[in-house]
Design a binder for this molecule. Structure first.
Ligand code: C2E
Ligand code: MG
Ligand code: MG
Ligand code: MG
Length: 280
């Protein structure tokens, strides 16, 4: 409770702000406790090759369920993990867990070409990242191409000098790099020159406006052309409707991810989903 009166000069928080601070502390403590327990899970969203209908890969997405607070969205806990110094741990955990799951699917006889893991810029401050990844891949008998790292343009906004070197080391292993939320950054095109990537993901804000907005259509078309001329895989994110799907197909998009195909699901649900897809 914020103190008012006598010692008021020490109190810069209004009662309302104090609530926010309090709530944040509760959440931060809960997040600390959740790390490394079953409260923190990865779910996986299929990415589909639009021509064949086959699985292109899956994207791993963190899911946190607190016993008292319930499900908390990544949009809330990822920035929190950044702020309280837990994001590097989360990134390492996600890498290990996604690789473990991919190896598990394969030993169950499922055809899963690759898994994509989201990493925050902070993960690239870790000079051991490439070594950790190489060890994890080896531990599960996976090839470097089985793993894709999704990063956003903000990875180059922070001025840490080791970032570009770490990215180069990871890529030298043969791990694929994907630029997430493409088109939403400050200067996406100049980033493409500075950052070696294998894939770009058309941000879902473009996809959402495809039907209603000619400018969104023109931009998604231009982004596809950029990807093609740089020989990159281009993935359309957030495809929700059949109309969006056919507009993207008409433009020549080859890989789609979104609720139309499937929502993110637990790792042990993927086999059943693949079976139903094959039966269609
Ligand atoms: P992102 O990497 O761009 O992931 C795609 C987000 O769009 C996911 O939200 C996914 O559930 C959602 N999505 C997929 N298809 C559709 C669709 O058709 N319609 C709509 N409306 N949404 C769709 P999610 O899981 O809530 O994650 C949000 C963001 O949080 C991610 O965006 C990513 O930036 C971050 N994030 C999630 N997991 C991790 C993680 O393990 N590590 C890090 N560093 N960031 C993560
Ligand atoms: Mg992503
Ligand atoms: Mg994205
Ligand atoms: Mg996003």
């Amino acid at each position: 409770q914020a103190k008012t009166g006598g010692r008021g000069r020490f109190c810069f928080f209004s009662a309302g702000m104090n609530d926010v601070v309090q709530q944040r502390l509760v959440l931060e403590t809960a997040l600390r406790q959740a790390m490394g327990t079953a409260q923190m899970q990865l779910h996986y969203q299929p990415q589909i090759d639009m021509a064949s209908g086959r699985l292109h890969g899956v994207e791993a997405l963190a899911r946190w369920t607190d016993p008292r607070l319930g499900e908390i969205e990544p949009a809330r806990f990822i920035p929190l993990a950044e702020d309280c110094g837990l994001i590097a741990d989360l990134g390492r955990w996600a890498l290990r867990e996604a690789c473990r799951q991919l190896a598990q699917w394969r030993s169950d006889g499922l055809t899963v070409p690759s898994v994509s893991v989201n990493l925050s810029p902070t993960s690239f401050h870790d000079r051991e990242l490439a070594r950790t990844i190489a060890q994890t891949l080896a531990q599960h008998a996976l090839a470097p191409q089985d793993l894709t790292l999704e990063l956003t343009e903000s990875v180059l906004l922070d001025a840490n000098p080791s970032t570009l070197q770490t990215i180069a080391e990871v890529r030298a292993l043969g791990v694929r790099m994907s630029m997430d939320d493409f088109g939403t950054g400050y200067s996406s095109l100049s980033y493409l020159r500075r950052l070696p990537v294998d894939e770009i993901k058309l941000d879902r804000s473009f996809v959402a406006d495809l039907e209603s907005d000619g400018a969104a259509r023109a931009l998604s078309n231009a982004i596809l052309e950029i990807g093609r001329s740089l020989k990159l895989t281009v993935v359309a994110e957030g495809v929700e409707t059949a109309a969006q799907d056919s507009l993207l197909r008409a433009q020549g998009y080859a890989v789609a991810q979104g609720y139309l195909v499937a929502r993110p699901m637990a790792g042990d649900a993927l086999g059943g989903w693949l079976g139903r897809m094959a039966g269609r």
